[in-house]
Design a protein around this ligand. Sequence first.
Ligand code: SF4
Length: 486
Amino acid sequence: MKLIFHGHDERYVVEQSLMALFPGELPVYEPVLPGDDARAEITCDEASDYLVVTCDLFYHGASGVYTYGAPLSGSEFDREGQRRHAIGACFYLARREMGLPDLPWGMLTGVRPDKPVTQALTAGKSPDEVRTMLEAEYFVTPSRAALALETGTAALEAARDLSPRDIAVYVGIPFCPTRCAYCSFVSQSVERSFSLVEPYVDALVEEIRAGGEVVRRCGLRVRAFYMGGGTPTTLTAPQMDRVLTAFCTSFDLSHCRELTVEAGRPDTITAEKLAVLRRHGVTRVSVNPQTMEDHVLQAIGRRHTAGDIEKAMELVNRCGFDHVNMDLIAGLPEDTPEGFRRSLDWCLAFGTDNVTVHTLALKKGSRILLEGLSVPGPEDVAAMLDYANPALRSAGYAPYYLYRQKYMSGSFENIGWSRSGGTCWYNIYIMSELCSILSFGAGGSTKMVDGSRIQRAFNPKYPKEYTERPEKWRDNQAAFAAFYGS
Ligand code: SF4
């Protein structure tokens, strides 16, 4: 879509709005040519304390114009925020004038739609005022406003329990048995990268031991541990044992609230591996069937059946972990609202205390896009989520964290649901940026958080590069130590 600006150059907010509100459209800045039938002309007229924005949209024969006025006050930083909000709101309302349906999250385009909630609650607004603000100023639907209020409140509660020297630790295992059709992670099929696994574990153990030393020297407390990927249980039981031994002997875990390990693919779960997890005090495992429909499992490239998931879940149950999570995805290729309902009902009947409901995100590099697989439309995805949310609530689950990704079907969200006491703290810490995350392994992204000051350091993306370049993680750990003044 051609973008034309008058009186401003707010590219970021307009581009984000464009990509969220007109999926598939990319910003183009060349002059408008005869025959261009997708354009947005945004004009800002600013006096000292008032701003008038006009957005004129033209899209494949339909048009919509809106004029939005907003007061400006405070510092230049405050005024910049007010200006961006006015432009985003005006763009959204011009789209509405075109007759296009409202979106669940209104004009919110970011990863964390509950961010305005935590900011407003922290500033002293009441829950009712926050709900009204989301609906009136951001055009969020009432059901999504209620969700954001719940997860934003959960984030504030989690923050109250953290001190400035609390951190969380992440360990990444970037291997999987096969590659799922919707995946765009760096994760590699273990069949193709088998020879990389053992050197990877060696390098990881070395990095973890060095990281334990840094954390001790800086006087930090580990509050949560999360091993993800990839599929960590792709490792053999002895490899898993080596990684967890390195972690448990290198860090003081006396203040750690939880140890979570993703056992995402049922075809990687064995009694021997689960016994290793139990022996190291793992409190939560996450099994991620994504669907219980065999033909959908086949369509996404899984080499197991729903029957295998049931067997793996029974094995997990017998081990007696404190918490178990199951992930589902709404909108998978070949799935239907009825199929999704059967999958969710199965999870509810099984009764794990955590269920995470994702919405399919159509990511670049995924097989779904590369091979053009057909996926359910936004109405079907809406029907899946419309079933999931009340069904989870009536089964005793509440939403505790929430995030969005780019290119999500129907512009919905991912929600973590838990029964009382089942919250995965790591998920809240990372999503709401409540504390630093020290990450180990390929693709690890260490985030250093001090209030609103955030610094990042990235490990090499691929296992081979990670194994061959230990100097990169050493530099990252030095940056982490420097951040904490050690
Ligand atoms: S299990 Fe997860 S990381 Fe592995 S291929 Fe599937 S989506 Fe990607």
